[in-house]
Write a protein that binds this ligand. Structure first.
Ligand SMILES: Cc1cc2nc3c(=O)[nH]c(=O)nc-3n(C[C@H](O)[C@H](O)[C@H](O)COP(=O)(O)OP(=O)(O)OC[C@H]3O[C@@H](n4cnc5c(N)ncnc54)[C@H](O)[C@@H]3O)c2cc1C
Length: 429
């Protein structure tokens, strides 16, 4: 690693990794395992802050889906990821973790979690991988910009400067290759504040406009506030713009104080965010997808007859949640205190219709800071998919969320970070 320049001794790393998230740690570990000298810079005091909060601390580390599902999950970026996903796929990741004592389990929809249900077991495996192979880890150090020499990457300037390297001049670090793995823009408190986009554009890279993905929405309807925290289970949701259905999902949603969130909404969010600039999007929710409107009308009638003496909101107990019923009755302009026996046919039918078609107008998405993933990023046309190396600067690499790559929920985003990181580790060797 020691080299002589103009009488000065300086340290030249084979690889400097900027960013100690899943992508950066995997790349650093793999390059070091292959015998390269590697320095990892992380601006937080500790590594993998976002990894630790993934899936509410449980870390949905990958998905058991076959390759073709992975390739489709990333949309247009799927093809770009083919080499990375082949070099290090979901099975390789599970084996890698198992070799480090982290057993994984598969849950609903192929989601893979550590058996411990704790994200820190994943982080610890990555840290011990790096330690095992001698990666130098410098946390609490902010990478500021890249240094060039004859259109090749030569080093990284940091703040604060790293003491042993000041001999080379002004605290600069020297390297033959540099990986920018600084993540996206979501959850900035975890360290992903967009520094990498700036560094990439200073190097001449184009940044495809960024926007939130896997994000919740604000609704025009204010009644949602009264249902804050109420989950809708086994519902069918379709998102329409004008008369066109742009996305649909079956599963769970959640009312919030500002609008709606939950797994189905998050999974449809990319499509909806992309559509919102052209106007509002309407969600049409089928609250009882297993029954027809006529069947629902009959069920309501049965309850009203059975509990004729009760107020309607109580008469429907067992059929409609007592938390949800008053709001739905209000939307139908039915007095919740009305005696069940007095509820008319037209009111009943109105309610049955609403159960099949509850509408919410989505007016805006929540800010990118609250999104799970950043869509957009470093333009993939400027990166060699076989290596993750920049086509503009030799020795410059990108991996993880900084790339214009994003997937749905289910472990696809972490797998993309691990696979692209691994490929960088391989490529510099
Ligand atoms: C709440 C939440 C839950 C999630 N859950 C899941 C899940 O269960 N499954 C899944 O697949 N995905 C999940 N994701 C997405 C996933 O966590 C990210 O896609 C993944 O962490 C991206 O990895 P990365 O290494 O590219 O970036 P990051 O994990 O963001 O890491 C980037 C690192 O770079 C550091 N850095 C930034 N700038 C500098 C600089 N100038 N100098 C030095 N260091 C710098 C940052 O501090 C950070 O540590 C979740 C995201 C969120 C926000």
């Amino acid at each position: 690693m020691q080299e002589q320049t103009e009488g000065n001794e300086k340290s030249v790393y084979d690889l400097i990794v900027i960013g100690g998230g899943p992508a950066g740690m995997m790349a650093a570990g793999r390059a070091a395992e292959r015998g390269k000298t590697v320095l990892l810079l992380e601006k937080n005091e500790s590594l993998g802050k976002k990894l630790l909060i993934s899936a509410q601390g449980r870390c949905n580390v990958t998905n058991s889906a076959p390759m073709h599902v992975f390739l489709e999950a990333y949309g247009k970026a799927g093809n770009f990821l083919r080499t990375a996903l082949t070099a290090f796929d979901n099975e390789s990741l599970r084996r890698f973790l198992a070799d480090r004592g982290v057993a994984t389990v598969e849950e609903r929809k192929g989601r893979v979690f550590p058996e411990s249900q704790r994200a820190d077991t994943i982080l610890n495996a990555l840290i011990s991988y790096m330690n095992e192979h001698g990666v130098t880890i410098n946390s609490g150090v902010n990478a500021v910009r890249l240094k060039l020499s004859d259109r090749e990457i030569a080093g990284v300037e940091t703040n604060p400067p790293i003491p042993p390297l000041t001999k080379g001049g002004k605290g600069d670090l020297y390297c033959r290759n540099c990986l920018i793995a600084t993540g996206g823009l979501s959850y900035p408190s975890t360290g992903s504040t967009g520094d990498g986009y700036r560094m990439a554009s200073e190097m001449g890279h184009t940044i495809t406009p960024t926007y939130p993905s896997i994000v919740a929405f604000e609704t025009a309807e204010r009644w949602v506030t009264s249902l804050q925290g109420f989950p809708l289970k086994n519902v069918k949701i379709k998102a329409f713009q004008k008369s066109v259905c742009i996305a649909e999902q079956f599963g769970e949603a959640l009312f919030t104080h500002y609008g709606i969130s939950g797994p189905t909404i998050l999974d449809m969010s990319k499509k909806i965010v992309e559509s919102l600039p052209s106007g509002p999007v309407t969600l049409r929710i089928d609250l009882k997808p297993y029954s027809t409107q006529e069947e629902l009308d009959n069920t309501i009638l049965y309850h009203l007859k059975k509990h004729g003496g009760k107020q309607i909101k109580n008469a429907l107990d067992g059929f409609l949640s007592p938390r949800l019923a008053p709001t739905l009755l209000k939307i139908c302009e039915i007095d919740e205190f009305e005696k069940a026996s007095q509820v008319g046919k037209s009111e009943r039918k109105k309610l049955a219709k609403l159960l099949k078609d509850l509408r919410l107008i989505l007016i805006r998405h929540r800010p990118i800071e609250e999104a799970m993933v950043t869509a957009g990023g470093v333009n993939l046309d400027e990166i060699d998919p076989k290596t993750m190396q920049s086509k503009i600067f030799k020795g410059l690499y990108f991996a993880g969320e900084i790339l214009d790559v994003d997937g749905p929920t289910g472990g696809f985003n972490l797998q993309a970070a691990f696979s692209t990181g691994y490929l960088v580790g391989e490529s510099i060797c």
